[in-house]
Design a protein. Structure first.
Length: 572
């Protein structure tokens, strides 16, 4: 194992690097006076100041407990010798707003979270940060802010929810979405649907499968920005509170070491994150979010890196939505660290990457015990769920800049069908629930991209309705929107450029033949080039969606999906 070019121990300490000039001189008396009013004592002005960014809110079960984790982090900071200051940022609920116009704000919230954390920490001149996230967009939002600020920081994941129980089987939010389709087809009674919705979400924590929240928490741990196993703990547990306390102490230690986020978030660290996401069978949203975090960190990362790494990394985790188990089951057998140790021993992780412990990945994993014998949640390398990545990057005449699909293999690897074209998610859902989608159809949902939506909504409601109606293996779906981590089936999203900008998706007509080939990684409209040119010439671009406020700002600034749908660069 190669040693890092510059070890953590060789950097100058960063205690009071930013806060010192704020409170030291006589002329800073007004600043000190304000801080006295929020609880500072005279001795606190000689301490480093650590901001605790909390995404606590009552709007979603993912975050309803995070206020207590913020308090625990503050205790850890104070005990270590720094001064904690808790502040809040927003969260929204994907699960509640899914399938409505409200979902347009989901991806936007990633940017608002990043901007707000950067704004508070930058203005208040904090020396370090603990950022605590629960719901999907919290995590990349926190990491984007941490990368921009580049001050010693640790991310804490709020933790996974426990499964609900319905008729003796484990259920979660995706079970409810799929039940809507079953109910529409007459396979589930109204009483059963009501019973299911009442028990599927038993308390605090993020959605229970390897959906976007658990995927991104795992990716961030593999990136080196959270403490070992922070990504694999139940939301309501002593382990999670201890993780939050330890994160507070860890930031103080990072100030000692002078270790900044950009020392940790290197290109090799992003490769580690991609590797872990693939091994877990994680969400397509990880592609979008890792591209955005890498941009904030100044690291060159592209869609093709996912393909390159995916050729050598298998899917090992049998986790929902395509598999059998929920995240709580992985917690029960030891969490993420044994899987990372397996990947390291197989030569699939860069062991010399630094982490927020101040140690390398290899150091952190040195004494990790393997999973218990007989467990079947994490497969061995000689018996993988899939020998190569489930995340497939597609190109073709429908996706000249790329698209992303989650192909587990259970759906097959090639689909040719007839286009059924819809210009919104709502129109699509109405057709699916109304029984108008048939075997052999390729459902096309367009004008849902980053600019065209605006906001690039997730298509969990339509994909779940397809599954609920028993068409999961018989129908494909493509879109310039996104998918929830809970989506499964033959689906391809993030199609770039989007229809709103005149991308090829805008040229599809009902009855056209579309072929999706996961082996060749191609997405093509089977229409002659001359006909495509004729349609292109006749195409009239849609007028921008009428929007004000944050949606209008977002539409003006957001990049295309293949660049991470970022808003803070000139990447087009």
């Amino acid at each position: 194992m190669k040693s890092p070019k510059k070890s953590a121990k060789s950097r100058p300490a960063l205690h009071r690097h930013w806060s010192g000039p704020l409170v030291e001189a006589p002329e800073r008396a007004p600043s000190r006076a304000m801080l006295h009013a929020v609880g500072f004592e005279r001795g606190d002005f000689a301490k480093s100041q650590v901001g605790i960014a909390s995404t606590w809110s009552q709007v979603t079960p993912c975050n309803i407990h995070i206020d207590q984790l913020a308090i625990a982090s503050a205790e850890g900071v104070a005990k270590a010798g720094s001064k904690p200051l808790i502040f809040n940022t927003i969260t929204i609920s994907d699960g509640i707003s899914m399938g409505t116009q409200g979902m347009k704000y989901s991806l936007v919230s990633r940017e608002v979270i990043a901007d707000s954390i950067e704004t508070v920490a930058g203005c208040e001149l904090f020396d370090g940060l603990v950022a605590i996230g629960g719901c999907d967009k919290n995590m990349p939002g926190c990491l984007i802010a941490i990368a921009r600020l580049n001050r010693p920081a640790v991310f804490v994941y709020g933790g996974t929810i426990l499964p609900g129980c319905f008729q003796t089987r484990d259920v979660d939010i995706v079970s409810v979405f799929e039940a809507v389709g079953a109910h529409a087809q007459g396979k589930m009674s109204g009483d059963d649907l009501a019973s299911l919705e009442a028990c599927a979400i038993p308390g605090a924590g993020s959605c229970g499968g390897m959906y976007t929240a658990n995927t991104m928490a795992s990716a961030i741990e593999a990136l080196g920005m959270s403490l070992p196993n922070s990504s694999a703990q139940n939301a309501i547990s002593s382990a999670k509170k201890e993780d939050a306390r330890n994160a507070g102490a860890a930031v103080h230690r990072l100030l000692d070491l002078g270790l900044r986020p950009l020392d940790i978030m290197t290109r090799k660290a992003f490769e580690n994150a991609i590797t872990v996401v693939i091994a877990l069978g994680g969400s397509t949203n990880a592609v979008l979010h890792l591209l955005a975090i890498a941009h904030a960190a100044g690291v060159k990362l592209a869609l093709d890196d996912f393909t390159r790494i995916g050729k050598r990394v298998p899917v090992l985790a049998d986790l929902k939505p395509s598999g059998k188990y929920v995240m709580a089951a992985l917690v029960g057998i030891g969490g993420l660290t044994p899987l990372m140790k397996m990947l390291l021993d197989q030569g699939l992780l860069h062991g010399d990457c630094l982490t927020v412990t101040g140690q390398t990945v290899a150091d952190n994993l040195r004494h990790v015990k393997p999973y218990p014998p007989g467990q079947d949640i994490i497969r061995s390398f000689d018996n993988p769920i899939k020998p190569t990545s489930h995340l497939v990057v597609f190109y073709g005449n429908l996706a000249p800049m790329g698209a992303v699909g989650k192909i587990s293999g259970k759906e097959g690897e090639r689909f040719t069908g007839t286009a059924r074209v819809f210009n919104s998610e709502e129109a699509t859902q109405k057709a699916i629930l109304g029984g108008k989608i048939r075997k052999g159809d390729v459902v096309v949902i367009r004008y849902e991209g980053p600019k065209g939506g605006p906001g690039m909504r997730e298509m969990l409601a339509p994909t779940s309705a397809i599954m609920g109606r028993g068409l999961g293996k018989d129908v494909a779906l493509i879109t310039d929107g996104r998918f929830s981590g809970g989506t499964h089936g033959f689906v391809v999203g993030h199609i770039s450029p989007e229809a709103h900008l005149g991308g090829p998706l805008a040229l599809i007509k009902n009855g056209d033949t579309i072929t999706i080939d996961a082996r060749a990684r191609t997405l093509d409209l089977e229409v002659p080039t001359r006909e495509m040119a004729k349609r292109r010439k006749a195409l009239k671009l849609r007028k921008p969606v009428k929007a004000r406020g944050v949606l209008a700002k977002y539409a003006d600034h957001v990049s295309q999906a293949h660049l991470g749908a970022i808003t803070d660069g000139s990447l087009g």
